[in-house]
Design a protein around this ligand. Sequence first.
Ligand SMILES: *[C@@H]1O[C@H](CO)[C@@H](O)[C@H](O)[C@H]1NC(C)=O
Ligand SMILES: *[C@@H]1O[C@H](CO)[C@@H](O)[C@H](O)[C@H]1NC(C)=O
Ligand SMILES: *[C@@H]1O[C@H](CO)[C@@H](O)[C@H](O)[C@H]1NC(C)=O
Length: 358
Amino acid sequence: MDENAPLLVFILLLFCSRISSSFSNGFFYQDILNGNGNGEIYFNGVKLRVEAQPPSAVPVRGGNVTLPCRFWYEPELSVPRRVRVKWAWLPVSGDSESDVLVAIGHRHRSFGHFKDRVFLRQDVPGDISLIISNVSLRDGGQYRCEVIDGLEDESAAVHLELRGVVFPYQPHRGRYHMSFAAARRACEEQDAAVATFQQLYAAWREGLDWCNAGWLADGTVQYPITQPRSPCGGLDLGPGVRSYGARHKLSHRYDVFCFSSFIRGRVYFLQHPQRLNFSEAVQACITDGGEIATVGQMFAAWRFLGLDRCDAGWLADGSLRYPITKPRPNCGPQEPGVRSFGFPSPHHKHGVYCYSSK
Ligand SMILES: *[C@@H]1O[C@H](CO)[C@@H](O)[C@H](O)[C@H]1NC(C)=O
Ligand SMILES: *[C@@H]1O[C@H](CO)[C@@H](O)[C@H](O)[C@H]1NC(C)=O
Ligand SMILES: *[C@@H]1O[C@H](CO)[C@@H](O)[C@H](O)[C@H]1NC(C)=O
């Protein structure tokens, strides 16, 4: 008896790890004991398989994206079975999982902000790839396609990642003035979304260094440091993303890190005979068939379209900036970046950057 005890524990551990390695919807399958630990389930000698290949997709904002997924039976069935297909989404912001679409045969229903924007490809039998049209900044995250056949179900995950750029944002009132809700509004007004920790971390790895703390999508406040120095957490700490942890969303005030994605269209410095005050600048872009560019559009054009111009111009929030991808004398620091002159008086006369979707 004593000799067998370790073996029993070992077997129990094996079962536990099998159960937790496959997705569970609350039912207990008798066939879990027959599973091979790779998330496969057998019933009546038939195995239902679900696969998402490739497991990630990188769409363009405003475009369409296909999240691959297919299912099949082993051995193959002679008569097709009626299955229920469900796609769910776990947002990067750390909110809980929500339904995207459920389908039986050719009938389907979509939910929430995916309503009427998603459908199944169903090109060939077993194809349950999800097509999302007009992809938005909010759509990033982990998707799960699930096939339910009677009591059996299987699922596979697909990651959707928007290529983007993270930028720190401070409103014209100055440093540390935004509650979490105000921070979210500020990013939206700049055609961007509050950055997630993963996005800020990726930006830090690419060299982002910023000494003011900003909100992130999960309600924490952090800042990225690549060159440790004394006012920014001190020299004792190594480079890293420094965190103040979760802050009170209503009463605490900080700056924010926004995330802007690749954009269709173009951002350009308006050729105009005179320099313009702010209200003239807004109007001049409209007259030119576009609109004054937001900060998010400026960063996206700088990062993805290589926008480089050594002339300061108005942007939609009333700030004055210019984008440099090839640093040179008299155009700011040695590193590429979007340079900012802050928020000058709206009566001052400058150039302007416009955005056109065409
Ligand atoms: C995206 O899909 C929709 C719906 O099928 C289609 O009307 C539209 O033309 C597609 N857009 C692009 C850019 O492919
Ligand atoms: C795409 O989505 C945006 C919001 O994310 C909306 O403003 C725009 O009208 C949508 N475009 C189409 C063609 O549905
Ligand atoms: C900009 O100049 C116009 C005159 O061209 C004037 O009417 C307007 O009030 C000025 N706006 C600002 C913000 O100075």
